[in-house]
Design a protein around this ligand. Structure first.
Ligand code: FES
Length: 115
């Protein structure tokens, strides 16, 4: 995976290109497995309750370097993402975005004696 640095700060979204249609001289991220990557990232964000949205979009204009992703708004591009990169991407998202409380309102792993 190659990273092109953009703005820092807390991203609100991770944009994942899942474009399935290649152009006349352009490859497409969908043809390189980006749907599978998006599904795995969505599952990882849910499981770890990371406070960020994963949004599937159609093209980040980095078609030759895909699968392509970008922290948004205005953040770094992640290019040539492979399955093995996903744990590190989730770690970065968790560190920069934090986590949501559990749906029952209790923090993750909370224990209340006698409750
Ligand atoms: S098809 Fe993914 S960046 Fe263009």
């Amino acid at each position: 995976m190659r990273k092109l640095d953009g703005g820092g700060g807390k991203p609100a979204k991770l944009l994942v290109c899942v474009n399935p249609i290649s152009g006349s001289n352009k490859p497409c991220c969908g043809g390189r497995g980006s749907e599978r990557l998006a599904e795995a990232l969505e599952a990882g964000v849910r499981a770890r309750r990371i406070d960020v949205a994963v949004e599937r979009i159609h093209c980040l204009n980095k078609c030759h370097d895909g699968p392509s992703m970008r922290f948004a708004p205005g953040g770094s591009f992640l290019l040539g993402v492979q399955d093995g990169d996903l744990p590190a991407i989730l770690d970065v998202l968790e560190a920069r975005c934090g986590t949501r409380p559990a749906e029952d309102g209790l923090p993750f792993g909370a224990f209340y004696p006698g409750g």
